[in-house]
Design a protein around this ligand. Sequence first.
Ligand code: RAT
Ligand code: ZN
Length: 436
Amino acid sequence: MSMDDVSSGKSRPLTSVSELRSFVRQMVEKTPVTDIHTHLYPPDFPQLLYGIDELLTYHYLIAEALRVTSLPYDAFWQLPRREQADFIWENLFVNRSPVSEACRGVLTTLAKLGLDVGTRDLAGFRTALSGLHVSEYVDRVFAAANLDRVVMTNDPFDPVEREYWLRRDPAARDPRFLAALRIDPLLLSWRQVTSQLAEWGYQVSPDGSRLDAQTTGEVRRFLADWIERLQPVYLAVSLPPEFAYPDHSGPEQTIRTRLIEEAVLPVAREHGLPFALMIGVKRQVNPALRVAGDGVGKASVTSVERLCAGFPDVKFMVTMLSRENQHELGVAARKFRNLMPFGCWWFLNNPSLITEITRMRLELLGTSFIPQHSDARVLDQVIYKWMHSRAIIGEVLSNQYELLLQTGWQPMTAEVERDVAALLGGNFWDFIGRRP
Ligand code: RAT
Ligand code: ZN
């Protein structure tokens, strides 16, 4: 429904709390989502993860299971995937109650896929979910989660990804999966990257400690080549809590600062693509936990402000991992229209924190932010991540409308529809300046 519907009278005022709440709930359920950050891939990608064993071996659950047993970490990693899944089921769902968000998520997902989780029958779940062709599985999950589009994470330095995209016919792409060009290695492991770039024919200085004009030019050419190939909706990086901009505290930091200024941002500007910064991950706090071993730290919102102020013609999408950074990030977004806060990322993707952060963002920014992304690594996870988040977004939004109702302001049905559509996808599309 558009603003025309509002003026043409199709829209009606929501006059009571119960009518308001039930209408908001319905809208949030029925509005399809654009999931702006996932680790999912199209059905023909060799590493699309899906199914019960992948759900159970999600790294969030690995961390939870390994803390409650004495199994040596290495012994866990040596198990085949199915036995890892059995181990996690046994320790987190049988020996303990699955009350954590990641455990509950598995149950929400299975239930929505039509399984009776009350049976607690892992073998039965395996049988029920096997036999579907991957493309049917994708269709089923997209329908169950009411998803419209998902944005992937595409790292051109990853050999599997590189190979896939180099041979992919752009015309044959699945339009539900949008690309995001992820550039962590460029900004975090510059020395290794230089030899890789040289191998691929980019004329970069072999001495990673120097950045000459030719080298930054070649980095821009590399980025432009991958933009051409992937047609991404944004460029992205995930950064540690110490990330600062500008930073000239050492040679590595100076190179990162210059790569941002002389390669990444000019390319983002030229191609009209936002730069997404995900800040606050402390990589490998416990390396024995491997993929489950990352932690969180507070980061600098001042650096985000400096980027937004210094490059007003570049758009920045920012999510931060620490709860303590959320208020400052919300205030920064009030000051910069080129800053879009997004999502309740990773350790913040818990109902208590989503409720708090979403309410605070509505209070500070109205509806002009992107409340959530799933970060799903396993296809099926989009089901629970969106069911849980939709319920919270609906509840928090209803509370805000209810406060308006108390003043005598009556939200119109078309206005609620408009607001929900903005929160679940429209704000993203408007920010990147396109439509799906
Ligand atoms: O949420 C996650 O699964 C993390 O492991 C990371 O992938 C993080 O979201 C990132 O994109 O760096
Ligand atoms: Zn992620």
